[in-house]
Structure formats: structure tokens, C-alpha cells
Design a protein around this ligand. Sequence first.
Ligand code: GLN
Length: 191
Amino acid sequence: MISIGILDLQGDVSEHFEATIKSLKKMDIESQVLKVKTVSDLSKCDGLIISGGESTVIGKLMDKTGMNQAIIDQNIPILGTCAGMVLLASETDYEQSLLGLINMKVKRNGFGRQKASFEEELEIFGSKYAGVFIRAPYVEELKDGVVLAKLKGKIVAVASGKHIATAFHPELTDDTRIHEYFIKEVLKCVE
Ligand code: GLN
């Protein structure tokens, strides 16, 4: 039995909640998915998803709730999408609170602001994938890890140790491959 938490401080939490349940069902894994609002909720999790939203706001709330340090200490696999990718980074082009769990430099709003939100096909795990980008960041420099996908020459998905980060929103598509990849990482760590 594994427990996956969705950090519930700000952002598109319910979409990730549904996508994670769907992926776990598809993989036929005994599991539970919970929304994580407190450090005590976090302590029940084997893996954590940090959704899209506003990374400066989520970062401030993580500091306020003590979640920041608790996440680092718990040392479980994390999937960070969009704002979650920013928060996993060690460096951004903006002064903000970060987890620094992936040694990479991320450019916030790298594809432009709201007007620049778009859907574009990219390639991941050897086949096509519909990427949904909303004020998306990209990785300017990955110092430790592997590139999973690029778009227009820019790095938009990475894996580093047990963590995964995507600039796009896998929870807004029917394609469950990113969630499944993450769940496999969680399973490896609980074995
Ligand atoms: N640009 C936002 C940030 O840096 C992320 C946008 C998103 O998560 N859709 O926090």
C-alpha cells in the first residue's frame, strides 16, 4: 500500500488528485491519495506532487507551515509540475523560496506570460505527448539529472535522482505516462 500526497497550499490540486487516482487504478496498485495541508499529512506520504499554481505564493506558504524543511527532511520522491518545477529548483531568475532538490537553474515564465499559454506536441519516453504550457518555466541549466523532454530547444522535463519535474501540466491531459513514471519511482523507494 502506497500513499501519494498532493501538496494542497495553492494551485491546481484537484486535477492532480484525479490524475493520480486514475493512474494508480490503471496500474492496479493498492494505494491512497491524500491532500497535504500540514506537516502531519506529509508524514503519511511515500511520494509528493507539487502542482502548478504560483510558485512564489506556494513557497511563502511552505515557509509559513514549516513544509519546506519537512519536505526536504522526509526525502521522498517528488513530482513537480510548472510552479512545482520552479520550487524543486536550486536556482531561478527571481528572489523566492525554493526547495533546491534538483540541481538546476529554472527560468520562470520562460515562454512568456498568460497570453503565451499554449498546447504543443513534444516527444517523451519515445513517443508523442500533448504538452499543456501555462506561463511555463523551462530549465536553463540542468547540473545533475537527465533530460526527459525538450521543446523548441528548451528543456521542459527532467528526472534527477528520485525526483521528476515538468514545465507542462500532465494533470490537464488524459495521458497518464508522467504520473505512472512518478508512481514507479515511489514504488522503487518503498521496496
Ligand atoms: N509562472 C508560474 C510560477 O512561476 C507557474 C505557472 C503555472 O504553474 N502554471 O509560479
